[in-house]
Write a protein that binds this ligand. Structure first.
Ligand code: AVJ
Length: 311
């Protein structure tokens, strides 16, 4: 077994040695990154959370009705803080459902279990700690399933990766099982871009936290003041991208990989894609599976959508 630390070191070495430097957004979420993301969700500019909250609050009852014929396992990938999920779950018959949040962070599972027990005492909660990419194979059961993948988390994948991931989910699902997929919709730059470059600089701190993590966990000597956050959005393709930009020519040594990396002035490290969707893009992603787009819910501004895909 290769340790988490070694995997991180290998990724950093590969990403920073490329002529187009990159680091994966997967590594944003250490303790500090999770706290920063919780702050992002509260920002005025970060409309995604509020829009999906509106959908689940106002239409959660309609969503629950679709699944009200018998027992149901509700599996949530990347459970988060549970506030939105609670708005959905409260509409179900607790005699019929078991809620299974999956999260990479053990603490996140403990917290969400405690909160759900407090909010919805009659709900059966069985948390699972692990990487949901790896957990997927354990999902294969005969029980009827609804998989929640909310918050436009799919958007951190390229369409190729999303296809692969949706294909894996399809593989472990039975005919009649569904996914509730939350997606941010393509819209104009003046709305999307501020969500990824907020006024208070929280998103900048979230992005640069990657360098802080490398310093802390891999013995790097990045000077964070010599790097800055950059967000772009191309409305035509519907993809927001985040980068870390080097403010000057500089070198950084990382102990764990025993190597020095060079950064030119204005050179970019690509750190995240946040894909925005329309139905054609989703149809392309589910092509080759037997998923059917059965229902579509949106907020009143049509910024965000929750789709029900049924196998
Ligand atoms: C959690 C992947 C949905 O891409 O909007 C927020 C992460 N990155 N601000 C997103 C994020 C910068 C977020 N997702």
């Amino acid at each position: 077994m290769i340790s988490e630390k070694t995997l991180f070191a290998q990724h950093v070495e590969k990403g920073l040695s490329d002529d187009k430097k990159f680091l994966s957004s997967m590594y944003f979420y250490d303790k500090k990154g999770e706290a920063l993301f919780r702050q992002i969700m509260k920002l005025d500019e970060y409309y995604l959370t509020d829009c999906e909250m509106e959908i689940l609050q106002s239409q959660g009852k309609n969503i629950a009705e679709i699944f009200d014929d018998g027992e149901l396992e509700i599996i949530e990938l990347g459970a988060g803080d549970g506030i939105k999920t609670k708005e959905l779950l409260r509409n179900f018959d607790f005699n019929q459902i078991t809620y299974r949040p999956i999260d990479i962070s053990q603490q996140a599972i403990i917290d969400i279990t405690d909160k759900m027990n407090e909010w919805l005492p009659a709900l059966k909660v069985k948390g699972i700690c692990g990487d949901y990419f790896k957990m997927i194979k354990d999902f294969k059961t005969d029980k009827r399933k609804l998989i929640l993948f909310l918050g436009s988390n799919l958007g951190n994948m390229t369409d190729e990766q999303a296809k692969g991931f949706i294909g894996q989910l399809h593989h472990v699902m039975n005919s009649g099982d569904s996914i509730l997929l939350g997606l941010d919709l393509i819209k104009s730059e003046n709305i999307v871009l501020p969500a990824y470059s907020d006024n208070k600089g929280i998103t900048a701190e979230f992005n640069l936290n990657l360098l802080h993590r490398i310093n802390k966990e891999l013995g790097g000597n990045f000077k964070l003041k010599d790097f800055s956050h950059l967000a772009t959005y191309n409305e035509k393709e519907g993809i927001a991208k985040s980068y870390i930009k080097s403010s000057k020519n500089q070198s950084v040594y990382i102990e764990e990989v025993d190597k020095e990396f060079h950064f030119k002035k204005d050179e970019l490290i690509h750190t995240e894609v946040s894909r925005k969707y329309d139905l054609d893009i989703i149809r392309n992603i589910i092509e080759g599976t037997s998923f059917q787009l059965k229902h579509q819910f949106t907020d009143h501004k049509h910024y965000f959508t929750d789709l029900i895909l049924t196998k």
